[in-house]
Write a protein that binds this ligand. Structure first.
Ligand SMILES: [Zn+2]
Length: 1020
């Protein structure tokens, strides 16, 4: 098995930096993903639509209405900041005087070292059969696309038609579709993989004669996303051959070649320095971003589920690592050497297979656990802590006064019906997996249980009056199969609003309800989905208005946490019982809910909080309904434990995310875990790594699936090791770097002040860029800002983080801060990317083909997105801006009446005529309507847990305009600098560092360079 021993010889890149780099060895095939198309009778280019060349068809050039945004490149949205901006500009502009851009020194491409050439490294690539028609490596795609798959030649073909011997089929018995072997690449092909990334990027930070930076020249997030997304429309990402994953915000099909897909695992560095000192010279964190149940997309292989029977999967006897593609078989197959701890294990007799002279098992290609980076093992009883059963969903429904008045109760009940049974247009018999059950509890100041037994004519309510000492008033009938009890469930949920329209208790008792829910789920584990529309001020654990909006510093910090013993205790007990909570919270009148305390329960149990700070029923019902649907139908597991193992020489230093970890070094525990949840793992050195070997990482999530199977999901990741940190810089994964930094920063919120965290984020950015400039960048003029090729947009993402609701300066309700802090801790890479830098798409000047599928490839033609800056906004323009949480449709005051009519209907001809509570676009027979609805459908597929509905932000009319302005992250807003000024500021500090003048304890003028010495170990 020496063929897997080395991840790659140095100098291998990915296609990301240059989409033209086509790897002749990679499976070249179209991305199979075809976005859904909006429902419409109209799918053709319209005859009634005449594109006017390059002219925006709806542009209104004659106008000159005053705008609050005008000149916002120089001034912020908020007037008081504009004044400060003017004062600062002089100084900053002067700073930029030294930031000239010379010719970018050409650094000779790193010569490929040949010291690893003796390693016979094979990279498997896809067989057509295993890969949905995608041809195997090394073959031009055209040769196979229309070919008969059975006739495809393949080097691995000797196995394809080979009869399965008893020895092969003995273990494991695959539970899902049979796994097809892949084709090894020859060493020559492997060595010929595409070349190195240029190892430096001189930021094109041009200064004009006045010393101003040209904002067009600084690295662009939208451009970098759009450029690479084209490449991945026609190419897959082969996980072993390429070493820098695609950006998370791009749609791509990963092909698991034994190294886990970046959808599940992203390392900050795919080539790791051999020593701690070398890592430190880069300033970068060494970490792993994990999203263990991440959704797959069309064209990607299902995760194999393997059953090793009573013995369970083979594991290392010393470190307990699970069998994986990188374990090496020796002694004719009698021993396997662990890739984590190097221990030579005896191969269990039932797992024995003879090996080839090269050490590869003869049955390797029939064994997914030796071929695939991510697999699932069914596990025997010793992995149980209770008998696994199907997931029990318990819906806790707030039926109090505020919930009724707001329409939240009605929307929540409708959402549950849609989640369980689909809509009329999309009926589906079974939305939750077989074996899963549902139950219902309502509460105000009392708690009501429902016997849903399908044998009853209708649901029976049982009131539990004693909320001081909650008990379960029924043993049977609380949990039912949603299909069998459909009529009782739908009639109960339909009648609830009317039922409680007369009662209207103003004060909900939430903690007793959660305790009752725990009592109902304690034996089995399960998931609670709970709505709440008012501060729970009744009964034990009642909460009160803590945040009056006037507290800062330490007092504010206290509001971000909860000391309430009752709430902390319920969270701990739930995790221990394998129970987790998702909350759907609507604040009355945008008021205070104490999310710090309530949300503590969801954050600790691995759940999620959906927060509607200003719920308006007609506008937000669709979003609420779709989000309930998503939470119920996404892949969900419960009673989960997670452990990450790594090679000798490294150790896990910390985990960051929403879970419970009782002691340092213990497994992290989740009541529930779902497809959208991610966590960060940080590593430190406890020795020196051997540059002749690779570094290995394995995450293992032990959990119970929704249909009641106890499984371990294993993802294996490999990174090469280098003595030269300069080589490592070529394999940095930007998304992983800022995600790890963001998650770590969020976890500091309870121990450090916001000002300290912002300061630390700035310092971290300076450390990384100064480290690069000092150690790796080669020769550049001294005044030049030089950014690592793979971290070009890194500074912008960190600025997005500094501007996030969690960390921004100035006033922000603590409910919103703490909510955003927790979602940052739980978000996957895609969701976080959009959260930090939204997509902004102009729709007033779409090309005719935009928003329609390409006739040949079937891919939707997406218009380019633009920089999030008001300076990019055109007169009369209309823009979609989506940060993965909310999507706004911003319309300029002078929007053309034709455009409004094309988008909203002929009876609408002005901004004022639109319904401010629209949450979707009507289905119209216009070209523009089809385009924009198709674009929205595509965006719905590229996000995390939040549903996409639109919210109108009409210039001068809607309050949402302020949200739109917040999301223009390149401008001066959110109490922080513009992107240009931020780069200037960073550059200035990099220069100070290079000349030895950087003061780390400079308390600074604008909360940037504060003292955070206490925050620095080990990565701060
Ligand atoms: Zn081991």
């Amino acid at each position: 098995m020496s063929d897997y021993q080395l991840y790659h010889s140095l100098g291998q890149g990915g296609p990301n930096d240059d989409p033209r780099n086509q790897n002749p060895n990679a499976p070249q095939a179209p991305n199979q993903f075809q976005p859904p198309i909006a429902p419409s009778p109209y799918q053709q280019s319209g005859a009634n639509y005449t594109p006017q060349g390059q002219q925006p068809p709806y542009g209104t050039q004659q106008m000159g209405a005053p705008s609050p945004y005008q000149g916002s490149q120089d001034q912020g949205y908020f007037p008081n900041q504009a004044a400060r901006a003017q004062a600062q500009d002089g100084g900053l502009a002067a700073q930029m005087g030294g930031l000239g851009l010379g010719e970018v020194a050409s650094h000779g491409r790193k010569k490929k070292k040949d010291r690893h050439a003796y390693h016979n490294v094979e990279a498997p690539s896809g067989s057509s059969a295993a890969f949905n028609g995608i041809p195997p490596g090394g073959v031009p795609p055209s040769a196979y696309l229309n070919a008969d798959p059975s006739a495809m030649p393949s080097p691995g073909g000797q196995f394809l038609n080979q009869p399965v011997t008893p020895e092969m089929s003995q273990f494991p018995a695959p539970v899902n579709a049979p796994f097809n072997p892949v084709n090894p690449a020859s060493p020559g092909q492997f060595a010929a993989r595409n070349g190195a990334a240029p190892d430096g990027f001189a930021a094109n930070v041009q200064t004009s004669a006045q010393g101003r930076v040209n904002p067009d020249e600084i690295p662009s997030v939208p451009r970098s996303r759009d450029a690479i997304s084209q490449y991945y429309l026609s190419n897959v990402y082969p996980t072993f051959e390429h070493h820098i994953p695609p950006p998370a915000s791009v749609s791509f099909v990963a092909f698991d070649q034994g190294n886990a897909s970046p959808k599940f695992t992203r390392l900050t560095m795919n080539n790791i320095p051999s020593t701690s000192d070398a890592l430190q010279s880069t300033g970068l964190p060494l970490g792993l971003l994990l999203q263990p149940l991440a959704p797959l997309q069309a064209g990607e292989l299902e995760i194999p589920v393997l059953d090793f029977g009573e013995t369970g999967p083979p594991r290392c006897h010393r470190c307990r690592a699970y069998i994986n593609p990188f374990m090496v078989f020796r002694s004719g197959g009698n021993k396997f050497v662990c890739n984590m701890c190097n221990y030579a294990n005896d191969c269990p007799p039932e797992y024995f297979s003879a090996t080839t002279p090269q050490g590869a098992r003869l049955d390797r290609e029939q064994r997914p656990e030796l071929m695939r980076g991510t697999v699932e093992f069914l596990v025997p009883k010793e992995y149980w802590n209770k008998e696994p059963v199907g997931l029990r969903w318990l819906f806790l429904i707030d039926v109090g006064q505020e919930a009724f008045n707001k329409g939240f109760l009605e929307s929540f009940c409708e959402g549950i019906i849609v989640a369980l049974y689909g809509t009329d247009s999309d009926p589906e018999e079974r939305k939750v997996p077989e074996g899963a059950k549902v139950g219902f509890v309502t509460f105000d100041k009392d708690i009501h249980f429902y016997n849903m037994n399908p044998a009853l004519d209708q649901a029976q309510m049982l009131i539990m009056p004693d909320i001081e000492d909650p008990f379960l008033p029924l043993s049977d009938g609380l949990f039912v199969d949603p299909s069998e009890a459909k009529s009782n469930i739908t009639s109960l949920l339909t009648q609830l609003p009317a039922l409680f329209s007369q009662v209207k208790n103003p004060e909900p008792a939430l903690l007793p309800t959660l305790n009752a829910a725990l009592a109902a789920l304690e034996k089995t584990g399960g998931k609670v989905v709970c709505s709440l529309s008012a501060l729970p001020t009744w009964g034990p654990g009642r909460l009160f208005l803590r945040d009056d909006g006037k507290q800062h510093g330490d007092a504010e910090k206290k509001l971000l946490n909860t000391e309430h013993p009752g709430w902390r205790k319920i969270a701990e007990k739930m995790v221990a019982a394998g129970v987790g909570v998702d909350f759907f919270l609507a604040a009355p009148g945008g008021g205070y809910l104490d999310i710090a305390t309530i949300g503590h329960v969801s954050a600790s149990t691995g759940g999620e909080t959906f927060y509607y700070p200003n719920f308006v029923s007609p506008r937000d019902s669709a979003k609420l309904s779709q989000e309930i649907m998503h939470t119920v139908t996404r892949e969900t597991g419960f009673q989960a434990l997670m452990k990450v193992r790594c090679s000798n020489g490294l150790q896990v230093s910390s985990y960051h995310g929403n879970f419970v970890q009782h002691t340092f070094g213990a497994d992290v525990e989740f009541g529930v875990v779902d497809a959208d949840k991610a966590m960060g793992v940080m590593f430190s050195y406890d020795g020196k790594l051997d540059a002749k070997l690779d570094a290995h990482f394995q995450s293992a999530l032990l959990y119970t699936t929704a249909n009641g199977e106890r499984r371990v999901r294993c993802s294996n990741v490999i990174a090469s090791v280098s003595d030269s940190a300069k080589d490592c810089m070529k394999f940095v994964d930007q998304d992983a770097v800022y995600s790890l930094i963001a998650k770590e920063a969020a976890s500091k919120m309870l121990s450090a002040s916001l000002k300290e965290i912002r300061g630390a984020l700035t310092e971290k950015t300076v450390d990384i860029l100064a480290g690069y400039r000092k150690n790796f960048s080669g020769s550049h003029p001294p005044g030049q800002l030089v950014l690592p090729e793979n971290l070009k947009e890194f500074s912008m993402y960190i600025l997005g983080l500094v501007k996030s609701r969690a960390f921004k300066g100035g006033q922000e309700p603590t409910d919103r801060r703490v909510h955003d802090m927790r979602i940052i801790k739980g978000m996957g890479a895609l969701e976080l990317s959009l959260y930090l830098y939204p997509r902004m798409i102009p729709i007033h000047n779409l090309q005719p083909e935009d928003g329609f599928p390409n006739a040949e490839s079937g891919h939707l033609h997406m218009p380019p997105s633009i920089r999030c800056s008001f300076s990019r906004v055109e007169e009369g323009g209309v823009y979609l801006i989506d940060n993965g949480q909310n999507c706004y449709l911003w319309m300029h005051a002078q929007t053309s009446p034709n455009l409004i009519a094309d988008l909203f209907g002929e009876d609408k001809d002005s901004l004022k005529s639109l319904d401010p509570y629209s949450s979707s676009l009507p289905i119209l027979q216009t070209h523009l309507s089809a385009q924009v609805r198709n674009i929205l459908e595509y965006l719905k597929t590229m996000r995390g847990s939040k549903a996409l509905t639109i919210q109108l932000a009409r210039q001068g009319l809607d309050g949402a305009e302020y949200e739109f302005a917040r999301l223009l992250v390149e401008d001066r807003n959110n109490e922080a600098q513009s992107y240009v000024d931020w780069l200037v500021h960073i550059h200035r500090h990099v220069q100070l560092e290079l000349t030895g003048q950087r003061k780390k304890d400079d308390s600074g003028d604008n909360s940037i360079a504060s003292n955070f010495a206490g925050l620095r170990p080990p990565y701060w």
